[in-house]
Design a protein around this ligand. Structure first.
Ligand code: NAD
Length: 251
């Protein structure tokens, strides 16, 4: 009998990552749920969601700022399940900083997670993938599409992801490993519900009215698109960046 596929997902204790782990459970894809030490969100809730959907997953702590930590995370897929088919670099942080207050430390801290963290995740996965597979990185409309004031460091990191993914896609094509990005718009998750660094609940509600779809997105709506990019349905799609924003950026 053919063994079911295996995915690793960083930042899966909450938001889009959690929704993705549950999506994978519905497809019988076994998942290593990446959880950040000290994260206020409970990875056990992700695991419960996976089990309720009839899936199999394990929780593994990972800090994408550390190469060793990310290597151990990717290795867990092989140790636990004996294979690795999909890796999703989803973990990210968002910090608000007007340009005049954007210190080198803040800049470097942002890039370490939101850009180098993506490289570490894709690299660790690529080194362990033997057969056909797919990598996905989570960017943002703030990277390359939309000018969001006071988020220059976030925008730089998320733009960098788009270039990185095209290069990786070209390089890994001959190994039948695809690499794509998703570009979420405004999605209701702990990150966007933070009123200090993002819009907060009221800001999201207001912003939703200006989106052609009439509301902000749900984590599952991004997870399903990542699911498409990590499925046979997208087998001839690589090096692409897919916007998932309910039409926010077409206006
Ligand atoms: P979230 O805050 O729920 O998820 C982010 C996850 O990343 C958290 O679980 C957090 O613990 C984890 N994380 C933070 N630092 C980490 C580190 N050093 N190592 C490992 N994990 C770490 O928010 P989300 O919206 O689900 O975010 C998922 C991705 O989507 C992020 O990359 C985010 O930038 C991106 N995104 C979100 C939106 C939105 O509107 N919510 C829009 C565009 C892009």
């Amino acid at each position: 009998m053919q063994q079911s596929e295996v995915a690793i997902v960083t930042g899966a204790a909450s938001g889009i990552g959690r929704a993705l782990a549950v999506h994978y459970a519905g497809r019988n894809i076994r998942t290593v749920i990446g959880t950040f030490p000290g994260d206020p969100h409970d990875p056990e809730e992700t695991l419960s969601g996976v089990r309720a959907a009839g899936g199999d997953a394990v929780i593994h702590e990972v800090d994408v700022r550390s190469t060793d930590s990310v290597d151990a995370f990717a290795q867990r897929a092989l140790d636990e399940y004996g294979r690795l088919d999909y890796a999703v670099a989803n973990a990210g942080i968002l910090r608000n900083a007007p340009l005049n207050d954007l210190t080198d430390d803040l800049w470097n801290a942002m890039l370490d997670v939101d850009l180098t963290g993506v490289l570490r995740t894709l690299r660790s996965a690529s080194r362990r993938m033997t057969g056909p597979g797919a990598l996905v990185a989570v960017s943002s409309i703030a990277g390359g599409i939309y000018g969001w004031e006071e988020h220059a460091h976030y925008a730089a990191a998320k733009s960098g992801v788009l270039g990185l993914i095209r290069s990786v896609a070209s390089e890994l094509g001959p190994r039948e490993i695809r690499a794509n990005a998703v570009i979420p718009g405004l999605i209701e998750t702990p990150q966007s519900l933070d009123p200090v660094n993002s819009l907060g609940p009221e800001g999201l509600e207001r912003a939703g009215k200006d989106i052609p779809w009439g509301r902000v997105g749900r984590p599952e709506e991004v997870a399903d698109v990542i699911g498409f990019l990590t499925s046979d349905a997208s087998r001839y799609v690589t090096g692409q960046s897919l916007v998932v924003d309910g039409g926010l950026t077409i206006k």
